[in-house]
Design a protein around this ligand. Structure first.
Ligand SMILES: [Zn+2]
Length: 109
């Protein structure tokens, strides 16, 4: 899934931001409001690009972002398998993925 480099701006090269309707689409370009997963993927891609971390492997930022997301998914599966192996509760925590960082760290304590 290739996401645009920026979800904040309606048209690349202009300073106009998306205006989201109640239906979840941009008033100007019609783009659908991104899910938390899409926003995370796009943010990761932007971060890679901002720090030029794609240069070392000469890989487009969206491919590198997708690779890292796949690594994270594999890690999540592996830790669930590990917890199941040890007889622990392998369910993911209930903190929503779009919760503020402070809420996430508080729940881990
Ligand atoms: Zn728009």
């Amino acid at each position: 899934m290739a996401m645009p480099a920026s979800l904040e701006w309606c048209d690349k090269g202009t300073a106009r931001q998306h205006e989201w309707t109640a239906g979840g689409n941009c008033l100007h370009c019609g783009r659908r409001y991104p899910t938390a997963e899409e926003a995370f993927a796009s943010g990761l891609e932007s971060l890679i690009n901002r720090f030029s971390r794609e240069n070392a492997s000469n890989t487009p930022d969206f491919i590198l972002a997708q690779y890292l997301l796949t690594c994270l998914a594999a890690w999540n599966t592996a830790t669930q398998q590990r917890d199941t192996w040890y007889g622990r509760d392998a369910r993911p925590c209930s903190v929503p993925s779009n919760a503020p960082v402070s809420a996430v760290s508080e729940s881990k304590g």
